[in-house]
Design a protein around this ligand. Structure first.
Ligand code: UT7
Length: 319
């Protein structure tokens, strides 16, 4: 039987650091409010010259290096983003050209902050199906481009970045189980409800969120989907070495860990210095913990996404 396994991780953060004081200098907010309500101290913001594919390229190169795999050896690219370079072609195709990985299939996944988990589960299915041996799975975002920088309720929460993994066919898991869920009835509580038509923006190009409803939804489904995923893998919650939920708010992360009965030392937190980077948050956090030597070969990791759609999901993997 063929499984898939993460054989390399990489990430990239833009150089510009934006600390909470930058917001309090011009908006009715404070470093104390942002830290207390979200856990965020700083985030990175991409330069105007950088698009999602540029961030994805850097993260992908690091993941390929870590895996010892050449771009030409990749036979699938799945890229999760809600902030693509263009309406089309897909950011995955732009990344493919920049990497020099011509010919392999490449496509974007749009599941907002669950995007990386959706992309990883998709690539896992291609590998288990036998048609792909090595996949590059990426989450890349420039959420700074879809924020109203005068809306204190949203602009303080997000950041830009990218993370990537190389997934390869393996005789042993690797990925033990994945569970993906969506409920479009809740599309209104987190959205960018606009589009381009006839050369004009129709609706709003800015992120809108009913923060409180999103918060409660996230804590409920992150708990549920973790339980479903360990059950699908025939394991117990106590088999999880590291919990990496989508990095939205430290209070959501801690509430999830508590509901699952996992000690906070097993919870991966990077939202304090990345902010919420949407589809990039999970692979960014994974790469940071791997490179810091905290997550080691053989550790069992639960990766979780939740976001607009509403979408949510989890992947349980041995690294
Ligand atoms: O990636 C997708 C998932 N996204 C999330 O998971 C985000 C989920 N939601 C959250 O993280 C939290 O709901 C927020 C951080 C967005 C807000 O925290 P909250 O504890 O739910 O606060 P709230 O929305 O209930 O607002 C409390 C107060 C309000 O003032 P009033 O109406 O009580 O006078 C807000 O206007 O806090 C006010 N407020 C702020 N005050 C200072 C909202 N944003 C700010 C701010 N600075 N930046």
């Amino acid at each position: 039987m063929t499984f898939s396994r993460i054989v390399g991780t990489g990430s990239y953060l833009p150089a510009r650091v934006v600390r909470n004081d930058e917001f309090s200098a011009r908006l009715d907010t404070s470093d104390a409010w942002i830290r207390e309500r979200t856990g965020i101290a700083e985030r990175r913001i991409a330069d105007a010259s950088q698009a999602s594919s540029d961030l994805a390229l850097e993260a992908s190169r690091h993941a390929l290096d870590a895996a010892g795999v050449a771009a030409s050896e990749i036979d699938l690219i799945v890229l999760a983003t809600s902030t693509p370079d263009y309406i089309f072609p897909s950011t995955a195709c732009l990344l493919q050209a920049k990497l020099g990985a011509a010919q392999c299939p490449a496509f974007d996944v749009q599941a907002v902050c669950s995007g990386f988990v959706y992309a990883l589960a998709t690539a896992d299915n291609f590998i288990r199906g036998g048609s792909v041996k090595r996949a590059l799975v990426v989450g890349a975002e420039v959420f700074s481009r879809i924020l109203d920088w005068n809306d204190r309720g949203t602009c303080v929460l997000f950041g830009d970045g990218a993370g990537a993994v190389v997934l390869a066919a393996s005789d042993a898991p690797g990925i033990h189980a994945s569970v993906l869920r969506a409920d479009g009835r809740h599309s209104g509580i987190l959205s960018v409800p606009g589009n381009v038509s006839g050369g004009r923006i129709v609706g709003s190009p800015f992120l809108q969120m009913a923060g409180n409803q999103v918060f409660k939804f996230a804590v409920r489904v992150l708990d549920e989907v973790a339980r479903e995923t360990v059950a699908a893998a025939g394991m117990q919650l106590s088999d999880i070495d590291w919990l990496i939920p989508h990095q939205a708010n430290v209070r959501i992360l801690e509430a999830t860990a508590r509901k699952l009965g996992l000690p906070l030392e097993r919870l991966v937190v990077t939202v304090d210095h990345h902010g919420n980077t949407s589809a990039a948050s999970v692979p960014l956090a994974l790469d940071e913990w791997v490179r810091a030597g905290k997550i080691r070969a053989g550790d069992r990791v639960m990766l979780q996404g939740v976001g607009g759609g509403f979408t949510w999901g989890a992947v349980l993997a041995t690294i």
